[in-house]
Design a binder for this molecule. Structure first.
Ligand code: ADP
Ligand code: MG
Length: 231
C-alpha cells in the first residue's frame, strides 16, 4: 500500500541528488535564452575579428524566437530542446543554424523518453550532440570550431563519472574542460567556415562558435546543478 506524500517525506534533499525531472529541465532552455541574450554583442564582436560579426546577433534571434514559442507551449526539457532546434534550423542561416540546430535536436532525441534525467542520460545527450556536430560540420578536433569545446567537455564529464564523481562533480569537470577548450582555440588556425579563409591570420582570437559553446555548456552545468539542489 502506498501512502500519499510518502515519497516527498522520504526523498533525500541536497547536493547528493542524482537526477532531476525532465519537466523541471525546461529551466535549462530559459537559462540558455537569457545567457545568449546577455552575450549577444560580445559573441558578435569576436566573430567580427575573424568572421562577419553576426554570430551573437544571429544566435540571439533564434533563441528569442524560441522563447516566444515556449511561452505558449512549454512541456518538458526534451520538448523545449526540440522547439529550439527547429527554430534554429528553420530560421537561422549561416553555419550556426544547422550546427546548433542538430546539436539541440540530438539532445532532445537522446532525452525524449527519459524521466528523471540522471548523469548517465546527460552523458548520452552530450555524446549525441557531439556526434551530430561532427557529422554536420565534417569537422575534426583542432579545426578551431565549437567541436574544440564540445568534445573535450563531453569527455571530461564522462571521465569524471567513470572515476566515481557525482552528477554535480562531472558538470564541474565539464565546465572546466569547456573553458580550457575555448582558450585552446586562440592558437589554432581555422580549417572550417568563414574564418578558414584567413588561414594564419585566424590565429590570435578564440573561435566564436567555441566561445558560444562554452557559454552554453557552462549555463547547462550551472542550471542542472541548481535543479539537482532543488530536486
Ligand atoms: P557564419 O560563419 O555563417 O557567419 P556564425 O558566425 O554564426 O556563422 O558561426 C561561426 C562559427 O561556426 C565558427 O566560429 C565555428 O565554430 C562554426 N563553424 C563554421 N563552420 C563549421 C564547420 N564546418 N564545422 C563545425 N563548426 C563550424
Ligand atoms: Mg558569422
Amino acid at each position: 500500500m502506498r501512502f500519499h506524500g510518502t515519497d516527498a517525506i522520504l526523498k533525500p534533499k541536497g547536493p547528493h541528488i542524482t537526477s532531476f525531472p525532465n519537466k523541471a529541465g525546461v529551466a535549462i532552455i530559459f537559462a540558455l535564452i537569457d545567457e545568449i541574450h546577455r552575450n549577444k554583442q560580445s559573441l558578435s564582436d569576436i566573430d567580427g575579428l575573424i568572421g562577419d560579426g553576426d554570430h551573437g546577433i544571429n544566435m540571439n534571434k533564434g533563441f528569442q524566437m524560441c522563447k516566444q514559442r515556449l511561452v505558449a507551449d512549454t512541456d518538458d526539457m526534451s520538448g523545449a530542446f526540440r522547439v529550439l532546434a527547429q527554430v534554429l534550423m528553420d530560421h537561422i542561416g549561416g553555419a550556426m543554424g544547422p550546427l546548433y540546430g542538430s546539436f539541440f535536436k540530438a539532445m532532445a532525441k537522446a532525452s525524449m523518453k527519459a524521466d528523471p534525467i540522471d548523469a548517465g542520460l546527460f552523458a548520452d545527450m552530450l555524446t549525441a550532440a557531439e556526434q551530430k556536430v561532427r557529422d554536420i560540420g565534417q569537422c575534426q578536433l583542432g579545426d578551431k570550431t565549437l567541436l574544440d569545446v564540445l568534445a573535450p567537455a563531453s569527455d571530461a564529464f564522462k571521465k569524471n563519472l567513470a572515476n566515481g564523481g557525482s552528477f554535480a562533480d562531472a558538470l564541474d569537470a565539464m565546465s572546466a574542460a569547456a573553458e580550457i577548450g575555448r582558450e585552446a582555440t586562440i592558437d589554432m588556425i581555422a580549417k572550417k567556415g568563414r574564418a578558414s579563409r584567413l588561414k594564419e591570420r585566424s590565429k590570435g582570437v578564440p573561435d566564436p562558435g567555441a566561445t558560444s559553446c562554452c557559454l552554453i555548456l557552462n549555463t547547462m552545468a550551472r542550471t542542472v546543478k541548481q535543479l539537482l539542489a532543488d530536486a
